[in-house]
Design a protein around this ligand. Structure first.
Ligand SMILES: [Zn+2]
Length: 74
């Protein structure tokens, strides 16, 4: 369990190393930032990867808690 969560954490923490080329200096407000985030396949892929990792971590934690709460007689 812990090695799996550690692997997810390490994989997620290394994502900024794959930043796309170019700066974000031209983003002047929330509207332009949202347009950039939603219009860039790179950012959309990162958001989807983050959501997938969060869902996977939640499922693993739920399964772990269900296993831990069982009594030996169940
Ligand atoms: Zn960007």
């Amino acid at each position: 369990m812990k090695p799996f969560l550690t692997l997810i954490f390490l994989a997620a923490s290394s994502l900024p190393a794959f930043a796309h080329a170019g700066a974000h200096d031209d983003l002047g407000g929330i509207a332009s930032a949202m347009a950039h985030l939603l219009g860039s396949p790179f950012h959309v892929a990162l958001v989807l990867a983050g959501l997938g990792a969060a869902v996977a971590a939640g499922l693993v934690l739920r399964r772990s808690r269900a296993t831990a709460s069982r009594t030996p007689g169940d």
